[in-house]
Design a protein around this ligand. Structure first.
Ligand SMILES: Cc1cc2nc3c(=O)[nH]c(=O)nc-3n(C[C@H](O)[C@H](O)[C@H](O)COP(=O)(O)OP(=O)(O)OC[C@H]3O[C@@H](n4cnc5c(N)ncnc54)[C@H](O)[C@@H]3O)c2cc1C
Length: 305
């Protein structure tokens, strides 16, 4: 069984370049993703992550895609796992299943309360830190085939998180996740690098020393932009970007070009300022990711390290 802990991946790559997929909901979407996996693989990412529907709504589909990727051995999958609305035994079962097939790393999240369940059902976990603690315990039990167990990633929010308007307190909560055993942080998507760079400095000041991977998602249409604003509550779209988009609002191809160009500018700036990694929210679309790589002059991820 071959697998790599995130520390090994980071030692190998220096800077990680990774992609996020979501588990396809239909057979047709699964076939489409299947055809794109080769294109994603050609870009040689450090790893790919697979989202997990809030409350476990995509548990089986996430698991299927993770296993499919793992069995091919080309793209190293990092499953997301959310803990809200889950019991400890359910989570233990998921951890055992992933350990059994040699998954090396997980992104440990709280998740949000599913819309259909106002009461949320019972949950043995309140916050992501509780899940991190559970995974650390699991790692300590020796149930994972690797000597260090699962590498653990957690979410970070450069523009804050709606549940905790007090940014100092929110930073304390991020520190608690790292102190509990998180190995790295992947950020929420952002379109204004100044927010990321200032927040990264604030993380340093708070004593957070794990690598911080920047989350980037290109705007490919005005509808995507609205979806991003929804997904990443509090996200700012700079006036400069909005002006560029407004000049071409009736031209879909130009909007996509501007969105990709903006993401390229963000990536170049992040690379120049020594980012530990870039995580592309791909929405399972390889074309936009490929165009960003081309504009960055990169044939593969290795050219961005
Ligand atoms: C990179 C990334 C990937 C994601 N992937 C998924 C996914 O696959 N599936 C999905 O459903 N969602 C996903 N999300 C969304 C995420 O689950 C939500 O944004 C959720 O609201 C916060 O998750 P968290 O893990 O940061 O939670 P937490 O770290 O638990 O934080 C949630 C809120 O609670 C506060 N808090 C934490 N600890 C305490 C405490 N002790 N007392 C009081 N307040 C506290 C925090 O400040 C924050 O406001 C992802 C987000 C990111 C950034």
């Amino acid at each position: 069984m071959s697998f790599m802990h995130i520390h090994d991946i980071m030692d190998r790559d220096g800077r990680t370049i990774s992609f996020e997929f979501f588990p396809p909901a239909t057979d047709m979407a699964a076939t489409t993703l299947e055809t794109r996996l080769e294109q994603f693989a050609a870009l040689k990412p450090s790893f790919v992550s697979v989202t997990y529907g809030g409350g476990g709504s995509t548990r089986a589909r996430t698991h299927d895609l993770v296993l499919r990727l793992q069995s091919r051995g080309v793209l190293d999958p990092v499953p997301h796992l959310t803990c809200l609305c889950h019991g400890r035994s359910e989570i233990a079962q998921v951890l055992e299943q992933y350990a059994a097939v040699g998954i090396g790393n997980l992104l440990a999240l709280r998740g949000d309360m599913p819309r259909e369940s106002a009461t949320g059902g019972s949950s043995d976990y309140q916050y992501a830190v509780d899940l991190v603690t559970h995974i650390v315990e699991f790692n300590g039990s020796g149930a994972h085939p690797g000597p260090r167990g699962f590498g653990i990633g957690v979410a970070g929010f450069p523009e804050g998180h709606a549940d905790t308007p007090n940014q100092l307190v929110h930073m304390d909560h991020l520190k608690a996740k790292v102190d509990a055993g998180a190995d790295w942080i992947t950020t929420q998507l952002f379109a204004d690098n100044s927010h990321f760079l200032d927040w990264r400095e604030r993380c340093e000041l708070r004593g957070i020393e794990v690598p911080i991977v920047a989350g980037i998602m290109p705007i490919t249409s005005l509808a995507t932009m609205k979806r991003m604003a929804d997904l990443a509550a509090g996200m700012t779209f700079p006036a400069k970007l909005q002006r560029r988009l407004m000049r071409h609002q009736d031209d879909a191809a130009s909007i996509e070009q501007i969105g990709i160009q903006w993401a390229v500018e963000q990536c170049n700036d992040l690379l120049d300022t020594g980012v530990s990694g870039i995580h592309f929210y791909t929405l399972n679309r390889s074309d936009a990711t490929k165009r960003i790589f081309e504009a960055l002059g990169a044939g593969t991820s290795a050219d961005l390290r």
